[in-house]
Design a binder for this molecule. Structure first.
Ligand code: UDP
Ligand code: MG
Length: 322
């Protein structure tokens, strides 16, 4: 196998509508990888972008042959784009990094040196501060990691995102997991491989806007909880029992009042009880629905993504020219 077939390092970069940051990102990434002194590939995963991202990436290959482009047919989400990258990467080590320069490319070399020196399978990029995050992001992230550390274990770092290095052995194990909607920041620590970390200050997004609107954040949070815990279902049972006990007490109270001759109309309390029990039932139904929906989509066994083209594909006929 030639070095190009299995390079030392694959850098996986999911990108969704990142036309503004691509030039800036490449400008920072290339000098870093050129000092590596070994073979590498830059595996860009275009997650169904609708801006100039695909043209920019294909054009980039002419001046930087180590760039490989995998384009997904539709926007499948950050984690699915990462899955596509991990499944296609050929390196002995695989680093995943965001395209917006919030994760500094210079740290890749530090990760690699650490992994090789201490024979580690995983090196996490750990943020030393979140001062560049908005107040809302800090609060929601704090809540998310508190809950997820309870569900998925203490190995989940509250300050590690998707900037990490994985060894070939780890990637190969990840590829065998039948997880339908993986959340890598939880799944990777859960595997328990020897790991280390490098710290970095999280920078501002270099250009463009976040590609993680609230709806995608909620989706990630729901995937995270349902992947690692059935506690919400247990919570629903407790909530149901509590409401039942409350209603029973109220029923006894009303019967006693009736028997004692206090026949007040009491429609307000009745109304409140009906509203409250209805609300609790709907919440519990919703929780059930989240799990049933995931069982349903897991049973459908639809792939998480479809590749439109991969420039490393030997057939390669479908790769457009720019
Ligand atoms: N991304 C993606 N598909 C999506 C959303 C985001 O591939 O549906 C990529 C995006 O291009 C970036 C990374 O995932 O490289 C992280 O997204 P972003 O920086 O917008 O998230 P934030 O840092 O705001 O949480
Ligand atoms: Mg970002």
């Amino acid at each position: 196998m030639s070095a190009a077939d299995s390079p030392l390092l694959s850098v996986v970069v999911p990108m969704y509508n990142e036309e503004e940051v691509i030039p800036l990102f490449i400008e920072r990434l290339r000098p870093v990888l050129d000092t590596l002194g070994d073979s590498y590939e830059v595996l860009t995963v275009d997650d169904g972008s609708v801006d100039a991202t695909p043209q920019l990436l294909l054009g980039l290959r002419r001046v930087w042959p180590q760039v490989r482009v995998i384009r997904l047919r539709r926007n499948s989400g950050h984690q699915a784009a990462l899955t596509a990258g991990l499944h296609s990467a050929r390196g002995a080590y695989v680093v995943s990094i965001d395209a917006d320069l919030q994760d500094p490319p210079e740290k890749i070399l530090e990760m690699l040196t650490l992994a090789r020196a201490r024979n580690l399978d995983i090196v996490y990029g750990v943020r030393t501060d979140r001062s560049t995050d908005t107040f809302f992001k800090r609060i929601t992230a704090g809540l998310y990691y508190t809950v997820m550390r309870r569900c998925a274990g203490r190995a989940v770092s509250p300050n590690a995102g998707d900037f990490r290095l994985l060894s070939r052995a780890t990637v190969d194990v990840l590829k065998t997991l039948p997880e339908h909607q993986p959340v890598y920041r939880l799944l990777v620590p859960w595997m328990g491989f020897p790991s280390g970390e490098v710290t970095y200050a999280r920078e501002q997004r270099a250009a463009g806007r976040t590609k993680y609107p609230l709806s995608k954040m909620i989706r990630l949070a729901l995937d995270s909880v349902t992947n690692f815990s059935a506690s919400p279902l247990r919570l629903a049972t407790w909530l149901g029992m509590l409401t039942f006990a409350g209603c029973l007490a109220l029923a006894c109270f009303s019967v006693a009042r009736h028997l004692l001759g206090f026949t007040v109309p009491g429609w307000t309390s009745l109304f409140l009880v009906v509203l409250f029990t209805g609300g609790v039932q709907l919440v519990c139904l919703g929780l059930l629905g989240e799990y049933v929906g995931r069982i349903h989509s897991a049973l459908q066994r639809r792939p998480a993504y479809f590749i439109a083209y991969d420039t490393a594909d030997p057939a390669g006929a479908s790769t457009p020219t720019v």
